[in-house]
Design a protein around this ligand. Structure first.
Ligand SMILES: [Zn+2]
Length: 286
């Protein structure tokens, strides 16, 4: 597989050679940073864990140079942080038994530049080799620019493939902004009740980020638990952990569909629901 950055790296934890290691893939996650995959794509990781016919692969687009740092890592240079984050991502791939992890190694600025085509080319190459059924990436209403840029490059890369080679499903997952705001009918909910221990281990591996002053390990588990309980006001909890996504598959099926037009549909339906409830309860017309 040919990738644009000389420093790009592919790692298969079980030592299977390329391209066989990656061509096993059924579930693929494409993230901006090291640790995003473990925060947002646990559905795919769990669906493939210990399965003979399902394999999970992760793609991390950026190099991790811009990470915040504190504690043990306070004096690390950008280069040292890149090494640490690469190592952490590979540890997660090992613990989660991924088919492989692909580290594209771009600076964030390249990912956010609309005129940069190399990221899209690399993602298209990974998609051609992996041929996944399901792809997880960031959602288009996330509040982190690099996350949204990765989602847009992923959509562009999938659209560049012949129709028969595109994945059946594309999900935009939550990291920087929860996805509990869409109306219930618009929600895609993944039940993450199984293997909570494994999920905790996977986010906990990224010590440089947690030591950097952010308890992503506790916050991620807490968010999943909160979603499970607050999913419905009546009835008892049916899951102990839930994560939400926007179903972005229509953007893959219809290449003329504008991402903003699509996301705005979610925003408009949310707006209409709030307006209708307020009107009904105040006795005014919606
Ligand atoms: Zn991130």
């Amino acid at each position: 597989m040919k990738l644009n950055m000389q420093t790009a790296e592919i790692y298969a934890p079980d030592g299977i050679a390329m391209p066989e290691a990656l061509s096993r893939t059924t579930h693929l996650a494409i993230s901006a940073h090291q640790d995003d995959i473990e925060i947002m794509a646990s559905d795919g990781i769990l669906k493939c864990f210990q399965q003979k016919d399902r394999w999970f692969t992760g793609v991390v687009v950026t190099d991790g140079a811009g990470s915040p740092r504190d504690d043990l890592y306070r004096d690390y240079t950008d280069e040292q942080m890149k090494t640490v984050r690469r190592k952490e991502q590979k540890k997660a791939a090992y613990v989660g038994e991924y088919a492989g992890i692909v580290l594209l190694d771009y600076p964030s600025s390249a990912v956010k530049s609309a005129g940069e085509t190399r990221v899209r080319e690399d993602l298209a190459e990974v998609l051609r080799v992996t041929r996944p059924e399901v792809v997880y990436t960031h959602n288009l209403a996330d509040k982190h620019d690099t996350h949204v840029a990765v989602a847009l490059r992923t959509i562009a890369a999938i659209r560049s493939l012949p129709e028969a080679e595109r994945p059946k499903k594309l999900y935009g997952c939550e990291v920087w902004r929860d996805l509990d705001w869409p109306v219930d009918a618009d929600k895609t909910a993944f039940d993450l009740s199984a293997h909570e221990n494994l999920q905790a281990s996977l986010v906990g591996i990224f010590d440089s980020q947690i030591c950097g002053g952010k308890r992503y390990d506790l916050a991620t588990q807490g968010r999943r638990r909160a979603h499970a309980t607050y999913a419905a006001s009546h009835g008892t909890d049916t899951a102990t952990a839930v994560t939400y996504a926007l179903d972005l598959s229509p953007l893959v099926a219809d290449t003329a569909l504008d991402p903003w037009t699509y996301v705005n549909g979610y925003v408009e339906r949310f707006q209409a629901e709030v307006k209708k409830r307020l009107a009904a309860l105040s006795g005014t017309k919606a």
